[in-house]
Design a protein. Sequence first.
Length: 439
Amino acid sequence: MLRYLQKLIGTIAFVAVLWPSHGFSQTRDLGGAGQFLDGIAAIVNDGVVLRSEVEIQLQVVLDNFAQQQEQLPPRDVIEAQVLERLIIKRIQLQRAERLGIRIPDDMLNSAINNVAKNNNVTFAEFPQLLEDEGVNYEDYRQELREQITIEQLRQRDVASRIQISPSELESFLILQKDRDALNFDYDLLHILIPVSASASDNQIKSAKILSNEIYERIVEGEKFETLAMEYSQGQQALNGGKLGWLKGEQLPTSFIEAASKLEKGDTCEPFRSSSGFHLILLNDFRGQEPILEEQIHVRHILIKTNEILDDDAAKEKMKTIRDQIIKDGDFGAIAAATSEDTGSAQEGGDMGWTGLGFFVPEFEAVVNSLVKDEISEPFKSRYGWHIVQLLGNRIYDNTEDIRRNKAIESIRNSKLSDEIELWARQLRDEAFVEYLSYN
């Protein structure tokens, strides 16, 4: 039950990137001649790393090695690595403080509540669970607060500047499609124009010309099956070239490459293998089930409350706006002029097609009560007072959108890892660090 908890306890203090502890600019090692100074292991800019912090985290690492029954590196090597991690962490926290990044208690409590749920206990029971594991609750809160702080710093400094070009995304999707192709089943039709290993140049040329002519006839509307029976020398020629359902792993690579680029019902251009020239028609394929999503299309107007406009006044204002729309019939123009949701107001209040669960529950509950084109009565959400009009419902095949979003996430995560390393290295190189001897 405590697997997730133990993993977090063992890692939350090590959120920085790790490098050797020598060779950085503005670093002065006093060597073995100095004396241990008030429990300070290192001076980091205008802060310090305490010797006690090093000892605590060193023990965590040693305990983890012991649990995993792995061979330990020399203790001084581990200790140097632990100190370097704490230095990098301190540098990042100092920058976060300068930028005014603060983690409020409600955000921290929400994160702790999620950890508690993952360990099948309540928020109130979680401190006792930590105590049973030998972890001080207040120390845990502080470590987690620092982890979230650094994550927000990374989002500000690194993640926000990562760009993904359209060509980069398309290249990734092509590679992903090639990797996925082996997992699909294909229903194919096939025409083979054979070329023997001893064929002359003229024979090869004639076979190529014939395969191109067959392709053109298919494009012009002739039946693939008929032409397969007439020209193909494949084993299924008399069956109209029908190969039936085959798993991707059963097909030659050249067949998968050709089939994966086709839409259902399309025929590929002739391609050559050692046996001759081939034409393939993709009759159907299966593998990944389509991801169907129920979606709604709405437009709305938002009026926010403030010190001057209370709930009653906002509701009355919204009633007046609704009456005007029903009278004049121009929701879009009135939304553009009155809505305080600046994003959708520019689109006449139109929020486009969205999946169920996208909106806050109080908003979506009203939408679900409407019929097409109906305008709601004024209602309140956590954002203010609304009226909303339901423009339509649909079942949408979201497979490709999800595939693209996952591709974007994969590219971003890949770039983020590299960018974080470069960013953290730069912060470390620019920092003043002085190691204090305590031997």
